[in-house]
Design a protein around this ligand. Structure first.
Ligand code: NAP
Ligand code: SF4
Length: 675
């Protein structure tokens, strides 16, 4: 018996029987682009297949050069390329898994000067204007998809996924927004649908009956000039007739200004769209986006909303997600927190993807946590290590050392685990961070780490350890503003941990990541429902609003907030690429007053006195919340070093500037891997 009976029910798609209903959705990691990374890609997928997932879908491979995502990006158009992929498919099959290859033509999202699209319309997120494919060119491109599918089959893939959503080429043919053609590929909505239907029809012809063709269908374009719901349903029927085996859910074009997968998107926020599609077609339907727990996956299947569940980032975060769920160890799952920081943000910076909570992701051959032999070491006993500080850096070090079979003792001066992470999880839309603490807490328990809370370790407590890792973290910086000792001046930590309950009017000093988060916390209505969230972002019924986009419903902020910085650059400009724009939009939606170029004169009973452009004024606020960065806490480290101890310094205690959990967790893991 399993707690997830629907999730672990096999399903047959075409000639392929999957061992369960989980699909590792397609995600570009950067390892797809060059053949010399194929061994790393094979190792990455091997771990996921060994972890029990039903079906893996690779990152996207272009059917030709004009479809590249960027210069020399992933492509599958030759027999040689197909031959090389046997390493990937072989690795997955050896672990009892199945793998499909995604075929993705970037269209106008191609970051190359020779990109093509349905029409010559530049996208708002790329610098290059595409050329319009000729009538014959569109025809050849549809055939290229089919040829690539044939090559994927030769490479040993168990199926293909055709990327028809997220605003890539196929979507560009489908929507009036990007298709103003007058030939057989444009004009009427039937003509706009011709391209995807031809792609699927020719692919079916090429691969034969029974070979699974998954089609990722854009259910909600979330852009002006997107498809109507009637068009989406008509296309679904045509695709089914043309030979598609499964319809996967796609939500939102990349240029859409509605967040679809980041942490602030409520879990399961898009399942209703999949449910509507399921009622229309007879082939299996796969749900996707912001599904990151086995409970939610099970619920969606049990409700009859979908037949399969796609999870891409959750499988990056924990390759053993599926086996842990199967073995009643769901509380040990390292949950994806939808931060994008180490996966999509890195890919956008032309780096390989990894994962904030699992730095081994895509580096399986590079970061190896080899267990030490328990006897026969130089000391003929397990080496013992003390980790001081249980923030993200200390937690990852403690767990990683313990995985290597060191004897680990974790000291924490506070009464709970988590450090700065505990504050982050209080921010609206970052509730998922709680799962990271649940994961570490359970993992420490399973690995038998000796956790000592409420102990501020001194050098004498640490005398008997072979190694000491100092991860004592940071403390908020309180800048030398006159009146900083006034009761109105409080640190962000005091606000987020509930020590201070702010009044109705608040100034926030410092507009880095934490200043923005605190401003959102201060203005956010905690009672907001999923439907309200959708309405605030202007997501409406696609039967009434083409593309599922309507006018945004205004937010009602629960406080009046001024967010201030000394710099004159736009506020929030340094935030991460894939989520920063959404945070900036929420500030706007919440009416946060944004003030740059400020100098802080003093804080007193009247509030915050400041000067902007030579003009002085006073903000009559109840609190001035200081979010001016952090300073390292490293007294213990200096003391141990002076005493000649073997000691390592990691996390915010090492470098406070630009500290983030991604660096902290990676540093802890890498340290343990090389110990
Ligand atoms: P931060 O990003 O360094 O921002 C602190 C801000 O305080 C600076 O932008 C600075 O702006 C101001 N400041 C610095 N020294 C000051 C002083 N002496 N007096 C007055 N103002 C001063 O630090 P943070 O916001 O605490 O964030 C810490 C880390 O957490 C960052 O690395 C960030 O990546 C991460 N984080 C990211 C996010 C996100 O991306 N959403 C959210 C939370 C945290 P001015 O000099 O212009 O005034
Ligand atoms: Fe999930 Fe963040 Fe890891 Fe990406 S980096 S897989 S969003 S936890």
């Amino acid at each position: 018996m399993t707690a997830y009976p629907h999730l672990f029910q096999p399903i047959t798609i075409g000639d392929l029987t999957l061992r369960n209903r989980t699909v590792m959705g397609s995600m570009h990691t950067g390892l797809e682009d060059f053949f010399w990374d194929i061994p790393k890609l094979a190792a990455y997928f091997r771990e996921r297949a060994a972890g029990g997932v039903g079906l893996i879908i690779t990152g996207g491979y272009s059917p030709n050069k004009r479809g590249w995502l960027k210069p020399f990006a992933s492509e599958m158009s030759t027999r040689l390329q197909s031959e090389r992929h046997k390493q990937v498919t072989g690795a997955v099959h050896e672990e009892g898994g199945a793998i499909a290859m995604q075929i993705l033509h970037a269209g106008r999202y191609g970051y190359t000067p020779f990109s093509v699209s349905a029409s010559a319309r530049k996208s708002p997120i790329t610098p290059f204007k595409p050329s319009a494919l000729s009538t014959k060119g569109a025809d050849r491109t549809a055939s290229d998809f089919a040829r690539t599918a044939g090559l994927a089959k030769r490479a040993g893939y168990d199926g293909v996924e055709i990327m028809g959503s997220e605003g890539y080429l196929i979507n560009q043919f489908l929507a009036e927004r990007t298709n103003d053609r007058t030939d057989k590929w444009g004009g009427t909505s039937a003509n706009r649908m011709r391209f995807p239907v031809e792609v699927v029809r020719r692919t079916r012809e090429e691969v034969g009956e029974g070979f699974p063709i998954i089609y990722r269908l854009s259910l909600l374009d979330l852009v002006e000039g997107g498809q109507t719901w009637d068009e989406v349903v008509t296309l679904a029927h045509l695709l089914e007739e043309a030979g598609a085996t499964v319809l996967n859910t796609g939500i939102g074009w990349h240029e859409a200004r509605v967040p679809t997968i980041i942490t602030q998107v409520p879990r399961g926020a898009w399942v209703w769209a999949t449910q509507r599609l399921k009622g229309e077609v007879s082939i299996p339907v796969c749900a996707s986006n912001r599904i990151n727990t086995p409970e939610l996956a099970e619920q969606i299947l049990a409700d009859g909303t979908a037949d399969l569940i796609s999870m891409a980032r959750p499988l990056l975060a924990d390759p053993e997600f599926v086996n842990k769920a199967r073995d009643e160890r769901a509380d040990e799952i390292n949950t994806c927190i939808a931060c994008n920081q180490a996966c999509l943000d890195q890919v956008f910076k032309n780096e390989h993807a990894s994962c904030l909570v699992n730095p081994r992701a895509c580096r399986e051959t590079e970061i190896v946590l080899l267990a030490l032999p328990r006897v026969g070491t130089a000391l003929d006993r397990p080496r013992n290590v003390a980790v001081v500080g249980a923030g993200p850096a200390g937690l990852s070090a403690a767990v990683s050392y313990a995985e290597r079979k060191f004897d680990v003792t974790l000291f924490e001066k506070g009464s709970s685990l988590g450090g700065q992470f505990r504050l982050a999880m209080e921010v609206p839309g970052k509730e998922d961070f709680k799962d990271t603490l649940r994961y570490y807490t359970r993992r420490l328990e399973v690995l038998g780490v000796d956790v000592r809370l409420n102990v501020a370790a001194t050098s004498s407590d640490l005398a008997d350890f072979d190694e000491v890792v100092v991860a004592t973290g940071v403390e908020p910086r309180m800048p030398a503003i006159p009146g900083i000792d006034h009761p109105k001046a409080v640190s962000y930590a005091d606000v987020l941990n509930g020590t201070v309950v702010p009044g109705r009017k608040v100034a926030v000093v410092g507009a880095g990541g934490i200043g923005v988060d605190v401003s959102v916390w201060l203005t956010h209505d905690p009672a907001e429902t999923v439907d309200e969230w959708l309405a605030h972002w202007g997501v409406g019924d696609p039967s009434l609003h083409p593309g599922g986009l309507m006018e945004q419903k205004a937010r009602t902020p629960i406080r009046e907030v001024w967010l201030l910085q000394r710099k004159t650059s736009p506020i929030g400009i340094g935030l991460a690429k894939t989520s920063g724009w959404a945070h900036r939009a929420v500030l706007k939606q919440s009416g946060v007053h944004q003030v740059g170029g400020a100098s802080y004169d003093r804080i007193d009973d009247a509030g915050l006195h400041l000067t902007v452009d030579g003009v002085t004024s006073v903000l009559d606020v109840d609190q001035v919340v200081i979010c001016a960065g952090q300073e390292s806490v490293r007294g213990l480290y200096d003391e141990l070093l002076a005493a000649g101890r073997k000691v390592h310094l990691i996390g915010g205690a090492d470098i406070a500037a630009e500290l983030d959990a991604k660096r902290a967790i990676e540093q802890g893991t890498r340290l343990a891997a090389t110990a």
